[in-house]
Ligand binder design. Sequence first.
Ligand code: X8Z
Ligand code: ZN
Length: 601
Amino acid sequence: MQGKIIIAVAMALLLSACGENATMKEKTSETAKQFVARIQAEGALLEEESSAAQWVRNTYITPDTAILARKAGERSLAFQSSMVKQAKQFRDADMDTETARAIELILRGSSAPAPNDAALRTELSAILTNMEGQYGSGQYCNAAGVCRELQELESVLAQSRDYDELLDVWQGWRQVSPPYRKEYQRFVEIGNQGAKDFGYTNLADLWQGGYDMESEVFVEESRRLWGEVKPFYDELHCYVRGRLSETYGAEKVPNEGPIPAHLLGNMWSQTWDNIYDIAEPYSGVASLDVTSALVDQGYDELQMTKTAEAFFTSLGLPSLPDSFYKNSMIKKPRDRNVVCHASAWDIDNGNDPRIKQCVEINEEQLETLHHELGHIYYYLMYKDQPSVFKGGAHDGFHEAIGDTIQLSMTPAYLKKKGLIGETVEGYEATINKQMKMALQKIAFLPFGKMIDEWRWQVFSGEIAPEDYNAGWWRLREEYQGIAAPLERTEADFDAGAKYHIPGNTPYTRYFLSFIMQFQFHKSLCDEAGFEGPLHECSIYDNKAAGKKLGDMLAMGQSKPWPEAMQAMTGQPDMDGSAIIDYFGPLNDWLKVQNKDQQCGW
Ligand code: X8Z
Ligand code: ZN
């Protein structure tokens, strides 16, 4: 996924870097500061071609664009490889703090680090291009000969309550990935070689090393965060399993053990708010249906995007440039394959930011638009940083911005926008609202954690290639308490049916984001002078909160992330107390509901 700018972290350089190795001159006599300046200038020159090739590939999947993307990717990797070799020479040199930070970021590498061997780089670029293309053009044709693409299959999973229909669609989409299982295995081998050439033990060590602390310390830190939220997840799991059991029958969903993975309203069981109708605590109290308002009022893709933009501008952040609307892809083209998975791109150093999203008119897509614009506003705010510092304080920060805004889309805000009718006050309405939010934000946490738990183990060899699928389902059960609804074997490659595996996007960032966004929400609400329960706060229209957010965004990754955290929240740590605090009423309610249940799996 090189060239694609979702996120930054140490990818910043790779993303802005590609081109002929031969154009790089070896200049051993230059200082570290001169080296960083030269690398950034050369990277900027080469970036134009790479981002153009990747953008066209992602919005027009054909064999021809595969060639262009593969070649551009190859040049990117060659540049990266040469850059790292040179940067290593400055490891122990004397330099100012800013230059030292730049060198450190260069040596951190990317999610697909370039090996020192040209043939391997060619192979790596081809594999990444092909896997993403196969995922992007995937479809499933059922027994009746009806063919559907991913988003159509996802709609069935969200809306159908027919056990067998859900099962068909669930297993059908998973036919997309076995064809690239072998390629993924090869990616792991080459990626590990690249990581070694960067000075890491393997890819897991490199990925874990992107957080301004030792890899082992980061692994422990993410474990600690999971420990803070797991008890609440367990309560939610227990309650939802009970409701599913009532809906589908105890023979289909026994009231013990893991939940069948196809019944949670989402293709990957990663968020469960699509089955809010099944889980609704107090039937009919306070309608939270934004989708029908969007449809009834005739919203189109552009209006949806403008609605999201309006939230950011209400905070005093700038309007999006005209080029954003001209160059973004917000509607699925009818006549060609594209990678529909939503993404944001920092093209031309903050001057031509774009999103790519196959927008549909519903609430989930409106939320995703806020998510994507969070990335775009990060790009706009750190535009004046040197390119090596263009990136999130860490990758979880980049993911958390738009989602922080989502937390301000309270019933009161939605009413102001005419997207829900009367707001209903009172305990039952609060519990309903919290349940809908928890099905989205709490249900996600173990999924956010387990994806890279799987990859870390795959990269380190703890999960062997012949156990890819068994290892996947072991972790799915351990973390999420879900199970495959029909037999899976090593002929399957279920991990590969989730975008971020063929797209090679690290996933721990989302786990961190889902915790940090509540910390950000809390401190922005404090800044706005809001008094009252956190779940009722909206920072809409508040310029003080907007300034605080904008100032943090403008730091990019120029400083270690705890400094950005400090600027935002007044303390340097990631911490689960804000998310737990936010869901206080629901947490108490769930404990009462579950008191006679045998929870756990
Ligand atoms: O991939 C995304 C964004 C693009 S960075 C749409 N997300 C994760 C996913 O869809 O799996 C956002 C939340 C989790
Ligand atoms: Zn994102």
